[in-house]
Design a protein around this ligand. Structure first.
Ligand SMILES: O=C(O)CCC(=O)C(=O)O
Ligand SMILES: [Fe+2]
Length: 329
């Protein structure tokens, strides 16, 4: 099936553009942070230092993040531009499951910002439980519906199948896509809802959809997955949980309602051609995200993002976090 994709311009006017002076301030704090706990990103001591350092981010940035946390707005995405990224970056990794283990300006910056939104989490069964993960194209995985692929990545709620989904997904670009074709796409239920028929809204609010776990995940999930609604919470301002690759409708009406939702998302989606220093934070309750197709080169110059998840309520997942750490089973 082909769906027409209308790209609204990236909401540049709603982006928070960090001034050069603010970028230097953030870089200084991040450089100091890179020395804490030997810069070991996944050490609780490093995270504690990052949490403390996050209170030293420029006040304009802190205010914007606080506002976004209160209300993620009609698009459910916050774009922060001109963040510090390392000047001398190694080649873009090409191996599967690539993660960051040691602190840099960029990993420090994204960790601090996500720590202002909530608590940073990762999943033991995904990318070896690392808190800062790489989003890079991987040779041989072109057609995979994961961030290692390079065919169109379907719109999805991050970890839609999981009971402890992240509330926020942070994606910081450290190397711009040289082809210019790769775009992060986002679409919010707040924009899509008014476009849906009453029938579709009703069906989407019922337990008529199952979402499979990706094969890489074995841990805390429903087995077999039980039927769930796609639209949840307040009828006038729903949350959405759907993955157009792994959520399956259980009957004909449910299928049609999902198609309506897909069309509504396609008609209101935004596309972001992220450049180095751009951070997009997606509110994973309100918005779905995906990526356009692009052609990787695998020569070290490919698009490279860092990804960090955050949740607002750490206590809610305590039973699934052994030892009270950041990694979910
Ligand atoms: O590559 C992108 O822009 C988004 C990838 C994605 O969905 C993710 O890493 O969660
Ligand atoms: Fe994603």
């Amino acid at each position: 099936m082909t769906t027409e994709t209308r790209y609204l311009p990236a909401p540049a006017e709603s982006a928070l553009v960090i001034t050069d002076a603010e970028r230097e301030e953030i870089a200084d704090v991040a450089a100091e942070l890179a020395r804490a706990a030997s810069g070991a990103l996944d050490a609780p001591q490093w995270l504690a230092a990052a949490r403390a350092a996050s209170a030293r981010l420029p006040s304009r940035l802190q205010a914007a993040v606080r506002e976004f946390r209160h209300d993620a707005g009609p698009d459910g995405v916050l774009l922060v531009r001109n963040l510090p990224v390392p000047e001398r970056l190694p080649a873009t990794p090409t191996r599967p499951g690539s993660v960051r283990r040691s602190a840099t300006t960029a990993t420090g910056a994204i960790a601090m910002i996500m720590l202002q939104l909530g608590e940073v989490i990762a999943y033991r069964n995904e990318k070896s439980g690392a808190l800062v993960q790489d989003v890079v194209p991987v040779p041989g995985r072109e057609r995979q519906q994961s961030n290692a692929g390079s065919v169109l990545l379907e719109m999805h709620t991050e970890n839609a199948f999981h009971r402890n989904r992240p509330d926020y997904v942070g994606l910081l670009c450290v190397r711009t896509d040289p082809t210019g074709d790769a775009r992060l796409r986002t679409a919010s239920v707040r924009r899509a809802l008014p476009l849906l028929s009453r029938q579709a809204r009703e069906v989407l609010s019922q337990e008529r959809f199952v979402t499979e776990a990706p094969p890489s995940f074995g841990g805390s999930r429903d087995l077999p997955p039980s039927p769930r609604p796609i639209l949840r919470g307040a009828p006038e301002d729903h949350d959405v949980v759907v993955d157009f690759n792994s959520t399956h409708p259980l009957d004909g009406d449910a299928k049609q309602a999902m198609e309506e939702l897909r069309t509504a998302f396609e008609g209101t989606a935004q596309a972001f051609a992220l450049t180095a220093g751009d951070l997009a934070v997606v509110d994973n309750r309100l918005s779905v995200h995906g990526r356009t197709a692009f052609t990787p080169r695998y020569d070290g110059t490919d698009r490279w993002l860092h990804r960090v998840y955050a949740v607002v309520d750490h206590r809610r997942s305590r039973a699934d976090r052994r030892g009270g750490g950041s990694v979910l089973d």
